[in-house]
Design a protein around this ligand. Structure first.
Ligand SMILES: Nc1ncnc2c1ncn2[C@@H]1O[C@H](COP(=O)(O)OP(=O)(O)OP(=O)(O)O)[C@@H](O)[C@H]1O
Ligand SMILES: [Mg+2]
Length: 601
């Protein structure tokens, strides 16, 4: 029992420490967002103080009008009454104008902050290393950029200014009442007790409700995104019915949570009205007696009643926006978490300049493990001379893609050094690295835009001739010409849809244009069918000639063009030699080779 106790305490201490750290981090982000806007922010504060003072002056002017100007008007001195009425109108008009400027100013501040935050999120998540994106799912990144930013936007464009305006209004109103009639102020102060109890109850419950609602809505979004991005698997496995039921359940939970929230408002609103009216009645009662005594002017009583009545007006808004404040602050906490992530493969501060790499790749006593666990690559050293074509084969999960990711510096080795020529990859600037080492993966991602633009990515600013030359070199030219608009066909529009093999040819052309000294193909030939592969063999040879290449392949025809084969198993290179040597050695590769020969692929 005591053991559990201490453990829990320690845990909660740790959690406290952590949540303090998170709050600090999020405050720092907020500060950095507000810093460039501070002049406008101060202006907004001055405006709101001024306009609230004017609004609150209204009932006081009425008191002056009734108790001071009215008796004089009865005695035919109309001047004081005109003055008071004029002052009342002026205060109202100037107050309205300042509120207008305040609102447009705060809207501008809010938009500027959101703009800044949106951009920072995009630029930062894009800058983060592959490691981050393999760990932090796309769904979560999307949630940061959409629903979290949305809840901050909701608070900023409306909520926050209402909250501030409401609070200042209540403070000023109570202050005016204190100056005008302390006894009525005491009555109002007594009303604060039930008000605070009711509001606290409301807040605790809605807070819980809103939190559950947010969780439900993000589960809903995640489920939706997952189903839609995996729609092919859904169709292939006839999962529609199951998904429908699961999604239906999520929607139902969401609906119930919303209904409960609405119910809470249904109790809070009438409660507020009741407390407000009871306060007005009490002020009238205690004031009425004093008017009878002659110790209180009717004007002051009228003003006191108006103040008591108006005091509760902003209460509901405040209670609601307290919640949106909470959801926005938790969103900001999450966003600040992403913004705080550092690229796990940082760019060197003083990079070694690479003019034209030879393309020799070497691994010196490299170990590697992902942040999550076991050693994926056991300690090894490897020399790949410039210009050599390597075929990397091995069972699934052996670590082939991981080795490729080390060459392209998506990850840094846990221990040891990976070098291009004689330079540690960690000392090469990102620009040089991306120019010298290009990795083409199986997914061969195409961006929205024309075929030509997609090829051009390999060498920004390349001419149309260069693009066509690259396409011809890898054997993509012919099929591109057959597309509806040739090189100008939009790859994501109807009719422009290309097959996965064609996609890979386009990405080959992109890589050819980039003309790197080291090229890595991770299963990039797997989608090519036999005839087109035969056609591509020649293109592939052109693509590979004159540079170092590492091809991760599952086909004999691809392995056949390699100078050297590496066989991987459980994170180690177990065979290394020319294809002929390995076939003769009667090891793992020779078995694989026989199996391939038998299936004639
Ligand atoms: N981002 C990651 N985080 C943690 N572990 C990973 C990650 N990527 C891969 N692994 C693990 O590392 C091991 C090697 O994976 P790798 O992708 O390198 O295999 P592979 O040889 O390319 O396999 P395949 O032929 O199936 O593509 C596997 O056990 C895998 O589970
Ligand atoms: Mg792989």
């Amino acid at each position: 029992m005591s053991l559990y106790g201490t453990n829990n305490e320690e845990k909660s201490d740790l959690n406290k420490e952590e949540s303090r750290f998170i709050r600090q981090r999020s405050r720092k982000l907020l500060g950095s967002l507000l810093l460039p806007l501070r002049a406008r922010l101060w202006l907004a504060v001055i405006m709101i103080l001024f306009s609230t003072a004017l609004r609150v002056a209204g009932p006081a002017l009425i008191a002056v009008g009734i108790d001071w100007a009215l008796p004089r008007a009865i005695n035919n001195d109309l001047m004081p009454l005109w003055m008071v009425v004029g002052a009342y109108l002026l205060a109202a008009a100037v107050g309205a104008v300042t509120v207008y400027f305040f609102l447009s100013l705060t809207a501008k501040i809010a938009q500027a902050m959101l703009f800044d935050l949106r951009n920072r999120m995009f630029v930062h998540t894009q800058k983060l290393s592959v490691e981050f994106h393999e760990r932090y799912t796309a769904g979560r990144v999307i949630a940061r950029q959409t629903s979290d930013l949305e809840s901050i936007s909701e608070l900023l464009s409306g909520g926050l200014s209402e909250l501030v305006v409401g609070l200042i209004f209540m403070i000023f109103t109570a202050g005016a009442l204190l100056v005008l009639d302390p006894i009525s102020f005491l009555v109002l102060a007594c009303a604060l007790v039930p008000l605070l109890i009711l509001t606290r109850w409301f807040q605790v419950n809605t807070n819980r409700g809103f939190r559950a609602q947010r969780v439900a809505s993000s589960t809903l979004i995640q489920n939706f995104v997952e189903t839609m991005t995996g729609v092919r698997a859904v169709k292939a496995f006839r999962k529609e019915k199951d998904n429908e039921q699961h999604f239906g359940g999520l929607v139902e939970t969401y609906r119930k949570l919303n209904a409960r929230l609405i119910q809470l408002f249904g109790i809070y609103d009438p409660g507020l009205i009741l407390i407000g009216n009871a306060t007005v009645a009490a002020v009238l009662l205690f004031g009425g007696f004093r008017v009878l005594d002659g110790t209180l002017g009717i004007g002051v009583l009228t003003a006191a009643i108006l103040y008591a009545r108006r005091f509760f007006d902003p209460m509901e808004q405040i209670a609601i926006f307290y919640n949106s404040y909470q959801s926005a602050s938790s969103a900001l906490e999450k966003i600040s978490g992403v913004l705080q992530e550092e690229p796990s493969v940082p760019e060197p501060e003083n990079p070694v300049v690479i003019h034209q790499a030879q393309g020799q790749v070497s691994f010196d006593s490299v170990h590697f493990q992902y942040a999550t666990g076991d050693q994926v690559l056991k300690p090894f050293s490897l020399e790949i001379p410039a210009g050599q074509t390597i075929a990397l084969v091995g069972t699934t999960g052996a670590g082939k893609s991981t080795l490729a990711k080390l060459i392209s510096r998506f990850y840094d080795p846990t221990e040891g050094v990976v070098k291009l020529d004689d330079t540690d990859l960690r000392d090469i600037s990102n620009g040089d690295l991306r120019r010298e080492i290009v990795m083409v993966t199986q997914e061969a991602y195409l961006f929205t835009g024309s075929v030509a633009e997609n090829i051009q990515l390999g060498k920004p600013g390349a001419s149309m001739e260069e693009v066509e030359q690259a396409a011809k070199a890898v054997g993509a030219h012919d099929f591109i010409l057959k597309l509806p608009n040739g090189y100008d066909t939009d790859v994501n529009k109807r009719g422009g849809r290309v097959s996965s093999g064609q996609r890979q040819l386009i990405s080959f052309a992109r890589a050819f244009l980039a003309n790197p000294s080291v090229l890595i193909l991770d299963e990039a030939t797997s989608s090519l069918d036999i005839p087109s592969e035969a056609m591509v063999q020649k293109g592939l040879k052109t693509l590979l000639s004159g540079r170092t290449a590492v091809i991760i392949a599952h086909r004999l025809s691809t392995v056949a063009i390699a100078d050297r084969v590496l066989v991987m198993e459980h994170g180690s290179i177990i065979e290394d030699g020319t294809p002929e040597q390995l076939v003769a050695a009667a090891g793992k590769f020779s078995k694989l080779y026989k199996a391939w020969r038998e299936s004639l692929v």
